[in-house]
Design a protein around this ligand. Structure first.
Ligand code: KIV
Ligand code: NA
Length: 269
C-alpha cells in the first residue's frame, strides 16, 4: 500500500501539476473520490449541503469530527483536511489549538482549515508550530456571511484586492501549507499565486491557482438550492435519484416490486 499524500508532499507541488481537491462528508463518497484526488476537504459546507442550514454558521465541532472520521475511514490515498467550524477558533490561538487538537486526534485527519487573513495569522503560526498543519482560506469567507451581507465575489475594487493580497501573504508567512482562494477575479488570484510560496487552491478564483476545489454535491448535481457561477455540474445525480424514487414508488403501488428474485423461500433441507 502506498502511503497517503502528505502535507509536505502537497506543499512541494507549488507551481507543478495542478492539485486536485474535492469536498467529501461521508465514507461511501470518500471511497469513490479518493482514487482521483490529492486532497479530500471535509468542508463546513456540509452544514448547507448535508444538513440543510442556510449558512455554515450552525456547524459544530462534533459534526466536523464525525464527518472527518467518516472520510478518513473511506480513504487511503488522499490527504484529508477538516474545516474548523465557526466559533471554534476565532477567539484565541489557545482555543483554536484545543479544538484543532480534538479534530486531529478524534478524526485522524492530517490538517485543519481556517478562514481569515491578517487577524488569523497569529493563530495559524500558533497551530503550525505545535504540530497542526493549517490550510488557509482567503477571499470570500462563508463564515463571515453576516458581516459581508451575502455570498458574492470579493476583491473587485483595487483597495479590496490589496487587502486580500495582504491577507494571503500573512497566512502564508504564518506557516500555512496551502491556501484556498474563494470567489475573486483571475488577476488577484494570479497575483496571490505569484506572491506566496505555498500552493493556492481556487474555488471561483480562475485557473491561475495551483489547484482547484469544488463542493462535490454541487458538481454532482445533488444540491439544487443555489448554483454559484463558478460551479460546473459534471453529473445530474439529483435527477437520477428522483427518477429512481419515482420508479420505486410506481412499482410498489403496482406490486411489481419486490419480485420473486427479492423474496426469501423456504429453506431446503
Ligand atoms: O466548506 C467548504 O466546502 C470549503 C470549500 C468550498 C473551500 O471551505
Ligand atoms: Na468551508
Amino acid at each position: 500500500d502506498t502511503p497517503r499524500v502528505s502535507v509536505p508532499a502537497l506543499r512541494a507541488r507549488k507551481g507543478g501539476e495542478p492539485i486536485v481537491c474535492l469536498t467529501a462528508y461521508t465514507t461511501p463518497v470518500a471511497r469513490l473520490l479518493d482514487p482521483h484526488v490529492d486532497l479530500l476537504l471535509v468542508g463546513d459546507s456540509l452544514g448547507m449541503v448535508v444538513y440543510g442550514f442556510d449558512s455554515t454558521l450552525p456547524v459544530t465541532l462534533d459534526m466536523m469530527i464525525a464527518h472527518g472520521a467518516a472520510v478518513v475511514r473511506g480513504s487511503r490515498h488522499a490527504c484529508v483536511v477538516v474545516d474548523l467550524p465557526f466559533g471554534s477558533y476565532q477567539e484565541s490561538p489557545q482555543v483554536a489549538f484545543r479544538n484543532a487538537a480534538r479534530v486531529m486526534a478524534e478524526s485522524g485527519a492530517q490538517a485543519v482549515k481556517v478562514e481569515g487573513g491578517l487577524e488569523m495569522a497569529e493563530t495559524v503560526a500558533y497551530l503550525t508550530t505545535r504540530g497542526v498543519p493549517v490550510m488557509g482560506h482567503v477571499g470570500l469567507l462563508p463564515q463571515s456571511v453576516n458581516a459581508l451581507g451575502g455570498y458574492k465575489a470579493v476583491g473587485r475594487d483595487p483597495e479590496a484586492a490589496e487587502r486580500i493580497r495582504a491577507d494571503a501573504r500573512a497566512i502564508a508567512d504564518a506557516g500555512a501549507f496551502s491556501l484556498v482562494i474563494e470567489g475573486t477575479m483571475e488577476s488577484l488570484a494570479r497575483q496571490i499565486t505569484e506572491d506566496v510560496a505555498i500552493p493556492t487552491i481556487g474555488i471561483g478564483a480562475s485557473p491561475a491557482c495551483d489547484g482547484q476545489v469544488l463542493v462535490s454535491d454541487d458538481m454532482f448535481g445533488l444540491f439544487g438550492e443555489f448554483q454559484p457561477k463558478f460551479v460546473k455540474r459534471y453529473a445530474q445525480l439529483g435527477t437520477a435519484i428522483g427518477e429512481a424514487a419515482a420508479t420505486y414508488a410506481a412499482e410498489v403501488k403496482a406490486r411489481s416490486f419486490p419480485g420473486p428474485e427479492h423474496c426469501f423461500g423456504i429453506k431446503k433441507a
